[in-house]
Design a protein around this ligand. Structure first.
Ligand code: CU
Length: 223
C-alpha cells in the first residue's frame, strides 16, 4: 500500500524499521480511537433523556478498571520491547563514520563543517557550507550536533532523523542514505521569529561525485 500521504518517502538504512514501528503504533492508536469514540456516541444515544427513566448510581467495576489499566500497560511494554532494537541502532550503536561532520544550529541557519582533505575535523583544511549538507550515499554520516544559542531540532525527514540541538552539548546523530538525491533539512523546534525559514537541503551523491564536490569546495575555500 502507498503510505506517502502519511509519511514522506524514506531513503535511509533505518527508515524502514522506524516506519514499521510508526505504523504499528498508528494502527493500535487508530483502532482504539475509533472504538472509544464509537462507544462514546453509542452511550450518548443509549442513555439520552427518556420520559419516566430515573438515573441510577453505579459504584463502577473493579474488574473493568483492572482490565483497562492492564491491557494498555501490556501494549505499551510490548511497543517498548519492539522499539528496543531500532532505538539502539539509531541512538546507541553508532557505526564507524564514513564521513564525520559538525552541524551547528543558530538563529536561523545550519552551518555544516567538513573535515577537508585530511579527513580530520578541527584542522585548518576544514570547510563549511551554510544550510546545505552534502553527503555520500551508502556511508554512515556521523554528525556532532551543536547549537550556538537556543534549542533547535535538526530534522532530516527523508532520513527519519529528528534530534534536538542543545546549547553547550555535543550530541551525536547519524544516518546512512541509500540513494543520491536532494532532501529536506528543517528545524523542528520553535526557536524564534525566523524558525520557519530555518531550512536547508541535504544533497546525497554517489561516492565519486561526493569526492569531486568535496575537492571543488577545498579549492574554493582554501586558495
Ligand atoms: Cu531552529
Amino acid at each position: 500500500m502507498n503510505w506517502s500521504w502519511i509519511l514522506p518517502p524514506s531513503f535511509s538504512t533505518v527508515s524502514g524499521d522506524i516506519d514499521g514501528i510508526y505504523m504499528v503504533i498508528l494502527w493500535i492508536t487508530g483502532i482504539t480511537f475509533f472504538i472509544t469514540e464509537g462507544l462514546l456516541f453509542y452511550f450518548i444515544f443509549k442513555y439520552r433523556h427518556k420520559e419516566g427513566r430515573k438515573a441510577t448510581y453505579d459504584h463502577g467495576s473493579t474488574k473493568m478498571e483492572i482490565a483497562w489499566t492492564m491491557i494498555p500497560l501490556v501494549i505499551v511494554l510490548w511497543i517498548g520491547a519492539l522499539s528496543k532494537g531500532v532505538w539502539d541502532t539509531v541512538k546507541v550503536d553508532v557505526p564507524p563514520a564514513g564521513l564525520e561532520i559538525i552541524v551547528t544550529g543558530k538563529q536561523f541557519e545550519w552551518t555544516v563543517t567538513y573535515p577537508g582533505p585530511d579527513g580530520a575535523l578541527g584542522t585548518s583544511d576544514d570547510f563549511e557550507t551554510l544550510n546545505e549538507l552534502h553527503a555520500p550515499e551508502d556511508e554512515a554520516v556521523v554528525i556532532t550536533l551543536r547549537s550556538e544559542d537556543v534549542l533547535h531540532s535538526f530534522f532530516l525527514p527523508e532520513m527519519r532523523i529528528k534530534q534536538d540541538a542543545v546549547p553547550g552539548q555535543d550530541i551525536t546523530v547519524w544516518f546512512e542514505a541509500i540513494q543520491p538525491g536532494n532532501y529536506t533539512i528543517g528545524c523542528a523546534e520553535l526557536c524564534g521569529i525566523g524558525h520557519t525559514t530555518m531550512n536547508g537541503t541535504l544533497t546525497v551523491y554517489t561516492a565519486a561525485d561526493f569526492q569531486a564536490w568535496s575537492n571543488s569546495q577545498t579549492q574554493q575555500q582554501q586558495p
